[in-house]
Design a protein around this ligand. Structure first.
Ligand SMILES: Cc1cc2nc3c(=O)[nH]c(=O)nc-3n(C[C@H](O)[C@H](O)[C@H](O)COP(=O)(O)O)c2cc1C
Length: 185
């Protein structure tokens, strides 16, 4: 079998055992063997400041390298005030620079938004998609992943216990695997 495509899974929440992280971990478990998912947390990633670019902080370099080596990027994010959390926007800004050397350029992307509410992070999902357009990232369109009512989807060990949500995430990650393979043909 050819080696699997590597996927950097960028998690948009810093929370220990947050629902976004747990969802990312669930997707990693459900992924077909054509994909290898590596979770990228944004802990310790400092604020973007163009003044520092001449001697970029090591945490920026490390983040950019994790994206550069990946064959695809999967974003798993909560919604904050109907948009993406600031830490995720900062990561996008860090990865997109220096100008002309964006780590994200042309990488196939997927977007999974999660929420404890019913709307499933629709606002975050589409604000993120706006960034991905500018970042020149071909993005899986269907199925869309607005994962709502996530608050009771995991047990104490972090395992997904909601069959409907688990089934949907399996459908999603299989579709993403097909999409990534198509993009790399
Ligand atoms: C600052 C802040 C803003 C939030 N805004 C929204 C929102 O606009 N829509 C929503 O569905 N949930 C919102 N929430 C609730 C999040 O869905 C919930 O905190 C979720 O657990 C965050 O994901 P995490 O568990 O991965 O950290 C907000 C939470 C915080 C802390």
């Amino acid at each position: 079998m050819p080696s699997p495509y590597s996927v950097a899974v960028v998690v948009g929440s810093l929370r220990n055992n947050g629902f976004s992280l747990r969802t990312a971990q669930t997707l990693a478990k459900l992924a077909p063997d054509t994909l290898k998912l590596d979770i990228v947390t944004l802990e310790g990633l400092s604020f973007y400041n163009q003044d520092l670019e001449a001697n970029a902080p090591s945490d920026w370099v490390a983040f950019r390298d994790k994206i550069k080596v990946a064959d695809a990027v999967l974003f798993v994010t909560p919604e904050y005030n109907r948009s993406i959390p600031g830490v995720l926007k900062n990561a996008i800004d860090v990865g997109s620079r220096p100008y002309g050397k964006s780590a994200f350029d042309k990488k196939p992307a997927g977007v999974v938004s999660i929420s404890i509410g019913a709307v499933g992070g629709f606002g975050a999902n589409h604000h993120l998609r706006q960034c991905l357009t500018f970042l020149n990232m071909p993005t899986l369109q269907q199925p869309e992943a607005y994962v709502g009512m996530i608050g009771d989807a995991f047990d104490d060990k972090g395992d997904m216990v909601k069959d409907a949500t688990k089934g949907f995430l399996k459908t999603y990650i299989d579709a993403f695997a097909t999409f990534v393979a198509q993009q790399h043909k």
